[in-house]
Design a protein around this ligand. Sequence first.
Ligand code: NI
Length: 130
Amino acid sequence: MMQIHHIGYLVKNIEKARDSFAVLGFSVVQNVIYDPYREIDILFMEKGGYTVELVMPKSDTSVVSKLIKTYKNTPYHLCYESDQLETDIAQLSTSGFVQIDVPTPAPALDNRRVCFLMGVQIGLIEILEK
Ligand code: NI
């Protein structure tokens, strides 16, 4: 069974975004970490059991740099934690979700693997290995 892990936010300026979430009562749970696979800075914050992941592209070749040009500062994925990563990806792939990358370690999450899928009806989701 998959549980919701975090809501991913695209942000242009991670420090300013952190300050805005602090105004809303969120606390930093882990300092900024650079993810060389995706060329992004990542910061996790938490409030009342809800976790947000602030994602800032660090280069024009980053996988999210195109997204942020289109969508600006915005939530852009919900991440689900899975205790059977390959099985859940396979099941989603037969249920209207299109796998758009391969499971890749996430340095900001103890190098647990993550994989992104596009839901035709609901947009981007992320699956995180438990
Ligand atoms: Ni995420």
